[in-house]
Ligand binder design. Sequence first.
Ligand SMILES: Cc1ncc(COP(=O)(O)O)c(C=O)c1O
Length: 415
Amino acid sequence: MSTPRTSASLPPTGRPADDLFREMSDRQSGDINWRAARTFSLVYPTGRDDIDDVLARANHDVVFGNALNPLRFPSIGSMERDVVEMTGSLLSAPSTGGGVFTSGGTESIVMSVLSAREKFRARGGVGGRVVTPISAHPAFAKAAHLLGLEHVTTPLDDDFRANVDAWQQALRDDTVLTMGSAYSYPHGVVDPIANMAAIAREREIPFHTDACIGGFVLPFLEELGVEIPGWDFRVPGVTQISADLHKYGYSTKGASVVTYRDRSDLRAQIFSYHDWPGGMYRTPGVAGARAASPIAAAWAVMNYLGRAGYVALVDDLRATTQRFAAGIAAIEGLRILGAPIGPLLAFTANDVDINAVGDVLDDRGWGLGRIHAPEGLQMMIAPHHRSVVDDFLTDLSEAVENPAPTSRTSRGYNT
Ligand SMILES: Cc1ncc(COP(=O)(O)O)c(C=O)c1O
């Protein structure tokens, strides 16, 4: 049972640790039960105890470390470098490139937009806009907001990928940065990145591939022989890529990497300050002091799994996704949106209110995302969902036959 929230004040005297952990556990009983594999975003568990143990140990071993100063914590600095370089090699980054570890996809994107804005300003640019397909993650809108830029969105095609003609029309000389998703969060599709990046390159506009979801899926799908449209640094116009370790890299939260084709673009996001009596201050991202745990966890899980471990997990994930997709497509009245090639499915209904279907699923303890235009349900599938496919499809089928009388939910709080 969760404890009602009251205005908290520091207890006059300390409380026993057992008491605290009991209360923490009590409070957690009100959280989503992600361990039961009924939640389809926010956490991406493999369902493997050996991996969870490695993550817990890595977090624990450096719990008091501070990644702010790699001269004082060279162990953290070296693990951070390893993670950035291992990620760069998965993205086919050239030797002229470089990257930075960040706290998550949003920070990777904000730093990428900052780098592009600095470049734009160095050329004498004033104002500036960030142009994205409407399916781009809100982190681009947030980056534009934080950095004093205009955010312009462009429509999608019928297959939910960027409409290249409309997108191209929005590019102007004051475009600071543009992008494509691999995969897009709402529909799980990959934008026509090769085409878009070629156009951006001709216009000398930085092009960001948002591979926060796909960065640790697409390279391994390709290794399994799946045909993948161009998305990484092998596409000439792609200048920067975000890839999240705390999603399909299977690390614990607080782990992403932003990588640049050209190291000078990386330098543009680094902040240095020399006038402080406290000494020289230099940070590559938004934070000052930084937890060491996400770096150690990412380093540990990447090395524990290795390439073969990720390929096996992605193979398993692909099989699970295909079972979900086939089951959803077989339910009369449901339609999968676009042609997803990864672990993300979005679907809608022809004749019933899909949000009313979602409400029944909510009542049965499932947690799916809600999407719009068209209204639909969205699932980010993780390896541990392998054990719930049949239960989910039974509940979904019953929910379509007997949806809630009126839908009470439409705008879900998505990631
Ligand atoms: C495609 C995409 N980009 C960026 C982000 C932002 O990542 P984070 O929530 O780690 O900041 C997400 C989050 O789901 C995403 O799906």
